[in-house]
Design a protein around this ligand. Structure first.
Ligand code: FAD
Length: 381
């Protein structure tokens, strides 16, 4: 079978690569490294000016109606270059969900500004006692006049310090079975009673704890019906778990080759064997990722395929970055910023948390086992 893309798709790849040469400047990279925030407003707006935020949306939602091949190319090239697009990726997960379940007023208020690169959204699911088991969320939303009063805490609300809203999972009915008592809200980060504190991770990435103390929001902040939080989170999670890790693997191969040239180690047989394995894994991850992207863009949510792509891609990244850092020896461990092995070391540190966020490998294996292989449930839920 020939997996090559056609000439039109490859022309688009060249266009994205040229865009990156122009806009992914040293200054952007330096700002991202200093802040630990994988979002940069200047770069984000440049992507928006090309119409590439929501590029797959149909024309009636203001998108370019781009097909699967174009979206694959766009996200792969942005990620492979190490562009700061995590803020965009998270925003698109939420915007895609609003596009499916939001009211006409919410779509009007959210989708246009997202597309124009003026609005950033963050995910507020995880709590101190509700990570993998999200349905145990305890953050409360209680009717308050014609709106809601929200109290609670979320962990790991990445980009919340730059975002306009948190897409918040809240408990609206503590008496109902746990999956039935949840509702989604878009909570403005400018609201009184909202606060946050930074959390710095091993990779250098910054995330946040967010706190909600008597935050009042109108009923127009509610996304979907009361009690429909769980199906909406499940829909959003299917958009989240995907194939971006093939691009991370590509970055890993590139970083290692760059270092090997600088260190005159291109003839090292042990290194080349390990590099070959990672290059092969990159192709597998890319195909699994393409499958998930295709199912998403054709409106078949693709939750299981996304889980497969994420487990495979992140575990290949974890194993591959470990093997290559080991082959690089002290060069890799001691590399400071700007040194040839710095990127290799950075990817190794990033890989350690990649198997956690967006669903841990153990939990995603459970999803695959139950929904694809038809095995019995591994836990009580
Ligand atoms: C850098 C980073 C950024 C993040 N960004 C966000 C964000 O923006 N928004 C957000 O809401 N969350 C975010 N998260 C949270 C992330 O989604 C959670 O860390 C993840 O879901 C795991 O939850 P937990 O940390 O509470 O671990 P736990 O759920 O407590 O899991 C602990 C361990 O138990 C295992 N385990 C748990 N349940 C099962 C099971 N049923 N079967 C088998 N094993 C199981 C897990 O695999 C894990 O090894 C982020 C996390 C990180 C590290």
């Amino acid at each position: 079978m020939d997996f090559a893309l056609d000439e039109r798709a490859e022309t688009f790849r060249a266009e994205v690569q040229a865009f990156l040469r122009e806009h992914l400047t040293d200054a952007v990279r330096a700002r991202v490294a200093a802040s630990g925030t994988y979002h940069d407003w200047e770069f984000h707006r440049a992507v928006a000016r090309r119409g590439w935020i929501g590029a797959g949306w149909p024309a009636e939602d203001g998108g370019q109606g781009r097909d699967r091949a174009d979206l694959d190319i766009l996200y792969e090239e942005l990620a492979a270059a190490g562009a700061p697009v995590e803020g965009m990726a998270v925003t698109l997960i939420i915007a895609e969900t609003v596009r499916r379940v939001g009211t006409p007023e919410q779509k009007e208020r959210i989708l246009g500004p997202v597309r124009e690169g003026r609005l950033l959204l963050s995910l507020g699911y995880t709590e101190p006692d509700a990570g993998s088991d999200l349905a145990s969320a305890r953050t409360r939303a209680v009717r308050d006049g014609d709106g809601w009063r929200i109290d609670g805490q979320k962990n790991f609300t990445t980009h919340a310090h730059e975002a306009d809203y948190v897409f918040l999972l809240a408990r609206t009915d503590p008496q109902a079975p746990k999956h039935a008592g949840l509702t989604m809200f878009l909570v403005p980060t400018s609201a009184e009673g909202f606060s946050l504190t930074p959390v710095h991770t091993l990779s250098g990435e910054r995330t946040n704890l967010t706190f909600y103390s008597g935050v009042h929001v109108g009923d127009d902040a509610r996304i979907g019906d009361v009690g429909q939080g769980w199906p909406i989170v499940s829909l959003a999670l299917a958009f989240e778990r995907g194939g971006e890790f093939a691009a991370q693997l590509r970055r890993l191969v590139h970083a290692t080759v760059t270092w090997a040239h600088a260190a005159r180690r291109t003839g090292d047989a042990r290194l080349l064997r390990r590099l070959g394995r990672v290059a092969a894994a990159t192709e597998v991850a890319r195909l699994l990722g393409s499958q998930a992207t295709w199912l998403r863009s054709s409106a078949q949510a693709g939750a299981v395929e996304g889980a497969m792509a994420k487990v495979y891609g992140t575990e290949a990244l974890l194993a591959g970055s470990g093997a290559l850092l080991d082959a690089a020896g002290p060069d890799g461990l001691l590399a400071g910023p700007g040194e040839p092995a710095a990127e290799l070391q950075h990817l190794y540190r990033e890989a350690q948390i990649s198997t956690l966020y967006g669903g841990t490998s153990e939990v995603l294996r459970g999803v695959i086992a139950e929904r694809r292989l038809g095995l019995p449930r591994s836990r009580r839920g």
